[in-house]
Ligand binder design. Sequence first.
Ligand SMILES: Cc1cc2nc3c(=O)[nH]c(=O)nc-3n(C[C@H](O)[C@H](O)[C@H](O)COP(=O)(O)O)c2cc1C
Length: 243
Amino acid sequence: MDRLEGIRAVIADGTNGPGVAAAQGNGARAVAPRQDGARRNGDGGDGTILRIDASARIEGATSRALIDRLIAGLGPGQAVLRRDLADPIPQIDAAWIAANGTPEAERTDAQRRALALSDRLVAELDAAALIVIGLPVYNFGVPAALKAWIDQVCRARRTFRYTPDGPEGLLTGKRAIVIYVAGGTRMGSDIDFASGYLRHVLGFIGITDVTFVDAGRHMADADALDRAAARVDRLAADLAAAA
Ligand SMILES: Cc1cc2nc3c(=O)[nH]c(=O)nc-3n(C[C@H](O)[C@H](O)[C@H](O)COP(=O)(O)O)c2cc1C
């Protein structure tokens, strides 16, 4: 095991934890309810954590390992819904755009079907108080799979609306944690087109309380993963203490 693999093994000493459900492809599975039914981490949703994995890799993905660690650090009893974008969701198309632009009451059955997955993805966001997103940097931006998810959940009159004062996000009262993972790109640098973009999009739909964990440059900086793991542990401890 080389040093990097060793560090990954340290990060990955958590598990998905109890109450984890998977939402893959077009299907979403039921979420185990919180034992005490209480809300946590914000006013939005019912207390569920929505976990979104965007790494195309199942094995050896640093972003997945760090999210595993965060969720394990929250302790038992968490209801976690998982949307794994390694099982890709379709890009929006002409039928989707036409359906989305048609007032809800006037949509045909075919138009409702065209928006069914988008409705489900938005419902997953609605239900969540805390959204944890694994953000691997691919070619200086967000993975195409994550962009497809973004296009599916940015819905005029549903997740944002335009007002005389400008756009207003409608998914308020939620918190997001973004695990930023890049081999050589420094988070916040001029060539990082991922973190600022994702922060903006989340804010656009109303999720303005966003915390980033920086695991950028982890292939160039030998300590980057140790620092990220320590940050994850502090975040998990703070969240658990606030619950
Ligand atoms: C297709 C592809 C493109 C990548 N582009 C970048 C890049 O632009 N900048 C960078 O720092 N790392 C880049 N990387 C490296 C990944 O960010 C790095 O391997 C990261 O650990 C991936 O996340 P994961 O471990 O969760 O899969 C790229 C990796 C892949 C597979």
